[in-house]
Unconditional design. Structure first.
Ligand SMILES: Nc1ncnc2c1ncn2[C@@H]1O[C@H](COP(=O)(O)OP(=O)(O)O)[C@@H](O)[C@H]1O
Ligand code: SF4
Ligand code: SF4
Ligand SMILES: [Mg+2]
Lengths: 653, 468
């Protein structure tokens, strides 16, 4: 049988750069083909070439793309418009950029329906409602009349999918469809995509950098590196025995549960694509590289049902599973940071005289404690108040109530500068956390100058030491941030925090904007720094596998409150709170997961402006009972510092 | 003959501004992230062509800002007395243009007055247009005029072409030496457009301007190229003198605008709260008063002040100058709101960025955060606003002078030329050349400024240029 989509030797240039170079693959109807690779490898450009939606200056230089036997590249633009949406449709990482913010959702879907199915008026409205139902948007009739910005990220992505489905496409291209979403929402959206693919017998091209997402969704996998496809195979064989060194390193860079050792990192970066590349493109980063690799570009080799482009294919040593060492659970005696009853309420002002009409309870009665040299992870969906806790600790936002004791000293507005020398912060997005107009050395000096750390004359030397410590070259100080990659920028941000020798570092999702291989480097670095400097971390994240790797203790936050707290091993291996259960089971994993504890959450986190009565989690909780809707549950101790707030668990104990 | 230098207020400010620009250029050259966008500007043919035209205008304006008073010819050497007329270096350079005054209107390149009058010829009174004193005075016969004009135009073009060839040869040798190739190789690269700057456009532009200049000079030596005005002044001279006025308005006004816009805009966006409320209130109120009313009121006050204190201003030039300065001031005060609003919005966005938070986590003071984190990141907006506003201000001067609240009526300015043209257009036959000349000069300046501004905006706007 002929496949639905057949791509042969696709070559795409953008200006001088050859971003896609000789890529061939095929996708059958009802099949999901996953394209995997670091960012900048050409995955998105491959997809845009298929749609013929390349950015300015981009063009497909050679190759063939056949969709259902029709050569897409040869079509005139007028026919292409029919193909786009009608034959193949695309959904993007950031739905807000693809939806028109000033047109109601129903009308936008209606436009697509009018274009591809000639529906109008009431019929279009009906069809749009049907589509929203199909993608699992609750309360579809009402949503037709909302604007995109009124919807949450997960709902927007569903609307986007509904629009893509309006033309009844035979191929759906999904470019990182869930990267911007929380795990629980990601699980929902991926479920929808899987179901639709089966129901409609669509082919699906899934672009992602997340091995877990691939494992749970793909039928076949292609790995891209520097514009080329380097490995291809069925999901099961690929996951059982990845053949290309690059694929193997992607696996090894993933933090695994309970793994206390160092992560394998992939040194270096994807090479720039505009030079003339000779030999294997991965050679500079490949630990197995031999002399031949640098001169001769490897050709495809077939091993069972896998194809690999590597000279050493099949001869590489078998993969060794990393040793799993258990976390030490020894506890230091005294807490470095002790937080009690922390509250941050943001007033909402409306009207002409800016009257306060209510409060967003971003953080509502949070207690934390961290010992020196240990890591407390604060996990939860976005919007639950994690970052606000971090900022309140540093008084970047004024806490409404609560006490913060740092190193035995209660922090007030007056002695805030003591606090600033002791606690610092590393931010999520390394692109917005460094001033693009300042040299790296000046960025690092800023804190020392402001807090008067060390003698003025010695600060320059301190900068060199810091750069060294975070693994940056000596001449980095004289350059501007734009000369660095995302991972290197994050190192600069870490160095900036370390410049004032703090004892506590608050890391706000420091790796979520980075690729897995780079994430591994940063996590290793953080761990090394903790070992050598005895730092304590408050590690804010929504990525549970990272928590597994780094944290000693975990606090799970939901809607401004901590609902479960305990040692990392206990909370992640044997979660008790229904919300933690749901979080843990929503993480896409490489290993098939089974067991009774799997909960799929419905709906979104409610707004902290108006939290539900009783237990905040009750509208989404499968175990909710009458008492949950009336009173907020108290703390139930489970021993060893592990506690939860849940009526259901309390009843079990 | 000795001279007595005169420094008018606007002269001082212009040269202060020039010094500031030079310092800025020096600073920019040292900072990679500031230099990079300028390099992009320098690679755009359109922007570079426009910059050359602007350069010519600015040079004329600067020469016209070096003022002096000449010694009276019959004054004793030990107690010199100086003329009340304030001249500039530019006047000295084009002395011929200034001095060759006719009786009244004459058309461009004419050799007779425009209007007919009764003249005595061979004892008979006839109605005819009499010969000009200077324009075409070297010709004996009226029918020799056209051949003479053609000859002069060709000669001027040839001189210009020769000059540009010389310049080009010099450039080729210099560049080839810099790049350490032979001039031949450089020429080949130049022809192929393989240089890293738009050399073809620049060379073409310089050649065009030199040839145009040559033609002008040849013709102006014997004729009034743009005719003469009501009192017989050469219109070309008036138009050239107006350049300075236009430039002063366009630049000094910005000098007034910038501190207000930057200070208030950033303060409102960064501090929010009551500071923001007050500043927003001020500029909303200011915006709701028609700017023309404020300007008219201010100009009248200054006029009254000048007239009641004649002893402070010893020359007519000084009086006109102070009125020009006042105009710049009041126009600056009424036009900072747009940029301030833009900067407020941008600062609102920047203050929430992580690097500002990081600085606050170190307890860095507000002043330092603004100067190191906010201002450098809105600087490109300021720059774009300066170049974009420039042409708007030049045009605004024309409009204000036209309605009589602009510069001093005695001052050379395109606005005054247009104002005068109002009556000339009502004459029969129509006198069109003053309006035409003012239009041509203004059009060239504003077009060049806009093309240059486009280049600057493209290079600096992060949305167009990608992440920097
Ligand atoms: N608009 C563009 N202009 C020029 N180059 C681009 C553009 N967009 C992406 N690229 C380049 O194309 C290559 C592939 O990018 P992309 O397909 O987005 O990678 P991925 O989807 O795997 O992250 C990269 O080298 C990137 O820098
Ligand atoms: S061809 Fe050589 S360099 Fe390339 S991946 Fe294989 S072993 Fe590594
Ligand atoms: S208290 Fe009730 S609603 Fe809340 S998590 Fe427990 S069972 Fe669910
Ligand atoms: Mg991408």
């Amino acid at each position: 049988m002929k496949p639905l989509l057949e791509v042969r030797d696709l070559v795409t240039d953008i200006g001088p750069a050859r971003v896609v170079d000789g890529v061939s693959f095929h996708v059958a109807a009802g099949e999901t083909y996953a394209l995997l690779g670091e960012s900048g490898c050409g995955k998105s450009m491959t997809a845009l070439s298929l749609m013929r939606l390349l950015p300015d200056g981009g063009r497909v230089s050679s190759g063939a793309v056949e969709l259902g036997g029709e050569n897409v590249l040869g079509l005139p633009e007028r026919d292409m418009r029919r193909v786009r949406g009608g034959q193949m449709a695309m959904i993007f990482q950031e739905p807000m950029l693809a939806l028109n913010p000033v047109i109601k959702v129903g009308e936008q879907i209606g436009e697509a329906l009018a274009l591809h199915q000639n529906l109008g008026g009431q019929a279009a409205r009906e069809a749009a409602r049907g589509l929203l139902d199909a993608v699992g948007v609750p309360d579809a009739v009402r949503r037709l009349d909302t604007y995109p910005f009124e919807l949450s990220g997960g709902l927007r992505q569903r609307v986007m999918i509904a629009m893509a489905l309006a033309g009844q496409p035979r191929l759906l291209i999904a470019d990182e469809p869930t990267t911007a979403l929380d795990v629980t929402i990601q699980a929902q959206v991926l479920d929808v995509l899987r179901r639709l693919k089966t129901e409609r017998q669509m082919g699906m091209l899934l672009i992602t950098h997340d091995l877990g997402v691939v494992a749970e969704n793909a039928d076949r996998v292609g790995v891209m590196y520097a514009g080329e496809l380097v490995e291809e195979g069925g999901r099961d064989t690929f996951f059982a025995s990845p053949q290309h060194p690059y694929s193997r390193m992607l696996f090894d860079a993933l933090p695994r549960p309970g793994d206390g050792g160092r992560l394998t990192t992939i040194p270096g970066q994807v090479p720039p694509l505009d030079g003339s590349l000779v030999g294997c493109r991965f050679a500079r980063r490949c630990p197995f590289a031999i002399a031949r690799c640098r001169d001769e570009s490897p050709d495809w080799q077939t091993i069972n049902d896998q194809r690999v482009r590597c000279h050493l294919a099949g001869t590489l040593p078998a993969r060794i599973e990393r040793e799993v060492t258990a976390q030490t659970t020894a506890r230091a005696a005294k807490a470095l940071l002790q937080v009690e009853g922390l509250k941050v309420h943001f007033p909402i002002r409306r009207g002409l005289i800016q009257r306060t009409v209510g409060h967003v309870r971003a953080v509502d009665d949070v207690a934390l404690s961290i010992q020196a040299g240990r890591t407390l992870a604060l996990v939860g969906e976005s919007g639950c108040g994690k970052t606000t806790v971090g900022k309140a600790l540093l008084r970047l936002v004024e806490p409404t109530a609560g006490s913060i004791v740092l190193g035995g000293e209660t922090i007030t507005a007056k002695n805030a500068s003591t606090l600033r020398r002791q606690a610092q912060m590393v931010f999520q997005d390394p692109f917005s956390s460094l001033n693009p107009r300042m040299r790296v050395a000046d960025i690092l000096l800023e804190g020392m100058d402001a807090l008067g750390v060390g003698a003025a004359g010695e600060r320059r030397d301190a900068v060199a030491q810091l750069l060294n410590r975070v693994g940056l070259p000596d001449d980095a100080g004289g350059r501007y941030p734009h000369a660095f990659s995302g991972g290197q920028r994050q190192r600069i941000a870490i160095a900036r925090a370390l410049a004032v020798s703090p004892r506590l570092v608050i890391c706000d999702e420091p790796t979520s904007a980075l690729d897995v291989s780079v994430q591994a480097q940063i996590l290793n670095l953080l761990k090394d720094l903790q070992d050598s400097l005895g730092l304590a971390y408050l590690f804010i994240t929504h990525n549970l596998s990272v928590v597994d790797y780094l944290a000693h203790d975990v606090a799970v936050m939901y809607l401004g409150r901590i609902v479960e707290h305990g040692a990392a091993v206990a909370v992640l291996r044997a979660p008790r709170h229904p919300y933690t259960l749901a979080l843990v089971s929503a993480v896409p994993r490489i290993e098939a997961q089974t067991g009774p504890g799997i909960i799929r959450l419905a709906g979104d986190q409610p707004s902290p402006l108006n939290p539900p009565d009783g237990c905040h989690f009750n509208p989404r909780c499968p175990y909710a009972s009458e008492v949950c809707r009336q009173t907020y549950p108290g703390q139930t101790d489970l021993g060893n510092g592990h506690w939860v707030r849940c009526h259901w668990v309390a009843g079990q104990v | 003959m000795t001279i007595h230098p005169v420094i008018l207020w606007t002269d001082a400010l212009i040269f202060a501004l020039l010094a500031a620009v030079l310092v800025l250029v020096w600073l920019i050259r040292r900072q990679e992230h500031l230099r990079a966008p300028w390099r992009v500007v320098a690679q755009r043919p359109m922007a570079m062509g426009a910059a050359l035209v602007l350069g010519v205008f600015v040079s004329i304006g600067l020469l016209d800002s070096l003022h002096y008073r000449a010694q009276l010819p019959d004054s004793p050497a030990d107690a010199p007395q100086y003329s009340v007329e304030v001249l500039s270096v530019f006047d000295a350079l084009v002395d011929g243009l200034r001095a060759r005054q006719e009786k009244t209107y004459s058309a461009p390149l004419a050799m007779q007055l425009y209007a007919k009058e009764f003249v005595q010829r061979d004892g008979v009174t006839v109605r005819d247009s009499s010969r000009l004193q200077h324009g075409g005075a070297h010709l004996a016969q009226a029918d020799a005029r056209l051949p003479d004009i053609t000859r002069r135009a060709l000669a001027g073009a040839a001189q210009g072409a020769l000059a540009s060839l010389l310049v080009f040869a010099g450039l080729a040798v210099w560049q080839a030496r810099r790049m350490q190739t032979s001039p031949g190789a450089w020429l080949a690269a130049w022809r192929g457009g393989r240089l890293d700057w738009p050399a073809r456009t620049v060379v073409l532009m310089v050649a065009t301007m030199l040839m145009l200049g040559g033609v002008m000079m040849q013709l102006a030596a014997g004729y009034h190229v743009f005719g003469t005005d009501k009192v017989g002044q050469d219109v070309l001279y008036i138009s050239l003198k107006s350049i300075r006025t236009g430039l002063v308005i366009g630049t000094l006004t910005t000098l007034v605008t910038l501190p207000l816009a930057i200070g208030f805009g950033i303060a409102a966006g960064y501090f929010r709260g009551w500071v923001d409320d007050v500043i927003q209130y001020v500029y909303t109120v200011l915006n709701s008063i028609p700017g023309v009313l404020l300007i008219a009121a201010a100009v009248l006050i200054v006029q009254v002040y000048i007239e009641s204190n004649p002893d402070i201003f010893d020359t007519a030039a000084a009086r006109a100058d102070i009125r020009l300065l006042a105009l710049c001031l009041i126009m600056g005060v009424t036009s900072w709101t747009g940029l301030a609003r833009l900067l407020r919005g941008e600062s609102l966005k920047l203050r929430t960025l992580d690097y500002v938070e990081a600085a606050r986590a170190f307890g860095v003071s507000n002043a330092r955060i603004i100067s190191r984190h906010i201002f450098p990141n809105v600087f490109h907006l300021v720059l774009i606003a300066i170049v974009l506003d420039f042409s708007g201000l030049v045009l605004a001067e024309a409009v204000l002078s036209y309605i009589g609240v602009g510069v001093d009526p005695a001052m050379y300015s395109w606005g005054n030329m247009i104002n005068g043209a109002r009556l000339e257009l009502a004459r029969e036959p129509v006198v069109w050349w003053q309006l035409g000349a003012a239009f041509a000069f203004m059009f060239t300046l504003v077009l060049a400024a806009n093309l240059f501004a486009d280049g600057v905006r493209d290079a600096f706007d992060p949305r167009l240029g990608g992440r920097r």
